[in-house]
Design a binder for this molecule. Structure first.
Ligand code: S3P
Length: 215
């Protein structure tokens, strides 16, 4: 299901003499499972773009940032979309763009923090992709969101209060993702490793079950 080949990624050259790593195993699996795009969800500052880029690199497949695609389609920045057309117009655009991206060849897709909250988006993701929630605690989100000032939902009021409210509202919904990974204070490569392991665990049980049955 989730191999470099099956998710439409370039298969990296592996040295036949060295033992297979988890990523190699992941890349060499090639079952007909069609839900191969990996969608990262989670609050602003959870690290979706940072982890997504590295994850795509490890899997040898394209990385796509939904927010960037929305900006390209609209021809203006997210803060401008919010200001000129309002949040509900942004959500409509987000829904359309994500639906289009999900029909593209397999890739790693980082979504904006509100995308997965939309029921239709969630359903489409469940149909055609594997969702991974990058869960982070409030202090980490506060620290990471302090680096950028282009998030309309955080540009007014107290950031801590807003993030706390969003955590309360959204975390039960993000919990519907197929995989949850804690985005911790660690180098991104470690988090990527944990995502890869969790993805591999999704394909492993059937094989193991099979193996056990043969014993
Ligand atoms: C939003 C998150 C942002 C962006 C927009 C709205 C949200 O993306 O889509 O500002 O509703 O949480 P990031 O999560 O990538 O910052």
């Amino acid at each position: 299901m989730l191999s470099g080949r099956s998710i439409g990624c370039a298969t990296s050259k592996t040295d036949a003499r060295r033992p297979m790593t988890d990523t190699d195993k992941l890349k060499s699996q090639n079952t007909p499972e069609s839900r191969n795009t990996i969608v990262l969800v989670g609050l602003m500052g959870a690290g979706k773009t940072c982890i997504g880029r590295r994850l795509a690199e490890r899997l040898g497949c394209p990385f796509v940032d939904a927010d960037e695609e929305i900006e390209k389609a609209a021809g203006c920045s997210i803060p401008d979309i919010f200001e000129l057309y309002g949040e509900s117009a942004f959500r409509d655009g987000e829904r359309r763009v994500i639906a289009r991206l999900l029909s593209d060849p397999p890739h790693v897709l980082a979504t904006g923090g509100g995308a997965f909250i939309d029921e239709e988006v969630r359903r489409k993701i469940a149909e055609s992709a594997i969702s991974v929630w990058l869960r982070a605690d409030l202090d980490l989100l506060l620290q990471r969101t302090s680096r950028r000032g282009d998030r309309p939902l955080l540009s007014q009021g107290n950031r801590r209060v807003t993030l706390e409210r969003l955590m309360e509202e959204r975390y039960p919904v993000y919990a519907e993702a197929e995989i949850t990974i804690d985005s911790a204070r660690e180098v991104p490569e470690i988090t990527v490793e944990r995502v890869l392991k969790a993805l591999e665990a999704r394909v492993q049980p059937a094989t193991e079950l099979h193996g056990n049955a043969a014993l």
